[in-house]
Design a protein around this ligand. Structure first.
Ligand code: HPA
Length: 272
C-alpha cells in the first residue's frame, strides 16, 4: 500500500490550478496529519466507529443507546460522538449520502484517526418483492458503476467485499439475538433518481438484493487501507412495488439495527 496519509489530489499546489495567483497565496495546503472534514482531536475517536448516513440518526443512537457520550466533531453539521456501550468505548458519526461523501469520511477516519473498524448502518431499497420492509441485510459485496475506486486507488474492479471480521461478528450476534438477517450483494448506485424505470444491469447481472449508495466506497477504502468494514442495512423501500416506510417509521426501525450494530461492535474486541 502506498502512503494513505497523502492524497495527491488534495495537495496539488494552488498555482497548479490558478496560474495568475499572487505569490502569498501560492503555497497550497501542505500535507498534515489533520483531518480536513472532521474536527475531533487525535484520540477523541474510538477505534470502532458506527457510521449511519444521517447526522441526526447518529445523535439519536448516541442519545438513546450509548452512555457518557461527547460530541467530538460538528464540522458541516456532520456530527461525531464518542461514548460507551456496555463498557466499550465506541464512536458514532455520519457518512453523509453517496459514494463521494462516504469516501471522504471513511478515508479520514481510517487514515487520520487510526480507526480500525467502520460499520455502516443505513437504509436500502429492495430490488425484489420477496424481501420485506424492515428486513435487515448484512452486505457481502457492493457492486457499482462508480469510478470512485478507479479515481482514488486505480482499482479496476466494479465490486468490493466487506473487509475483515465485522461481517461475521454481525452474523453471529444476530443469531445470538434471534434477529433474522439476509446476506448478499447490494448495488451502490450514484443516482437515487433515474429516468430509466428499469432495474440497473449491474444489479440484475450480479443478483443484488437492494440499492444503496455508500458501501462500495467504504469497502474500497477499507481494502486500500487494510482495515475492517461492514455494512448493515434496513430495507426502507421495495423498489418494484414502490412501497416505503415513512420518515418517522425509519427512525424507529433504527433501534433494532442500532442495537445489533452496537452489540456486534463490542464483539470485535478492539478497545481503547
Ligand atoms: N436507492 C438508493 N438508496 C436507497 C434507496 C434506494 O431506493 N432506499 C434507501 N436508500
Amino acid at each position: 500500500m502506498s502512503d494513505p496519509n497523502i492524497n495527491p489530489m488534495v495537495f496539488l499546489p494552488a498555482r497548479f490550478f490558478l496560474p495568475g495567483l499572487k505569490s502569498q497565496y501560492l503555497h497550497g495546503p501542505k500535507p498534515t496529519n489533520m483531518s480536513i472534514h472532521i474536527s475531533a482531536q487525535p484520540g477523541e475517536i474510538a477505534p470502532v466507529v458506527l457510521l449511519p448516513g444521517d447526522p441526526l440518526r447518529a445523535k439519536y443512537i448516541a442519545d438513546t443507546l450509548m452512555s457518557d457520550v461527547e460530541l467530538v466533531s460538528n464540522t458541516r453539521n456532520i456530527l461525531f460522538f464518542t461514548g460507551y456501550y456496555k463498557n466499550t468505548r465506541l464512536s458514532i458519526g455520519a457518512s453523509g449520502m453517496g459514494i463521494p461523501s462516504m469516501g471522504i469520511y471513511s478515508y479520514e477516519l481510517y487514515t487520520k484517526y487510526d480507526v480500525q473498524c467502520i460499520i455502516r448502518i443505513g437504509t436500502c431499497g429492495a430490488y425484489r418483492t420477496s424481501i420485506g420492509l424492515y428486513d435487515l441485510i448484512n452486505v457481502e459485496t457492493a457492486y457499482s458503476e462508480s469510478t470512485y475506486a478507479q479515481s482514488a486507488f486505480s482499482y479496476q474492479a466494479n465490486n468490493f467485499s466487506h473487509q475483515g471480521l465485522a461481517y461475521k461478528a454481525i452474523n453471529d450476534t444476530a443469531q445470538r439475538m434471534n434477529i433474522n438477517l439476509l446476506n448478499g450483494a447490494v448495488h451502490s448506485g450514484d443516482a437515487f433518481y433515474s429516468s430509466s424505470g428499469q432495474l440497473p444491469t449491474i444489479a440484475l447481472e450480479n443478483n443484488c438484493l437492494a440499492a444503496e449508495m455508500e458501501a462500495f466506497a467504504l469497502f474500497a477504502n477499507a481494502k486500500y487501507c487494510n482495515k475492517i468494514a461492514a455494512a448493515l442495512l434496513t430495507v426502507s423501500d421495495i423498489i418494484p412495488d414502490r412501497k416505503m416506510i415513512s420518515p418517522e417509521e425509519r427512525e424507529r426501525s433504527l433501534d433494532k439495527m442500532g442495537k445489533l450494530a452496537l452489540e456486534s461492535a463490542i464483539q470485535i474486541g478492539i478497545n481503547s
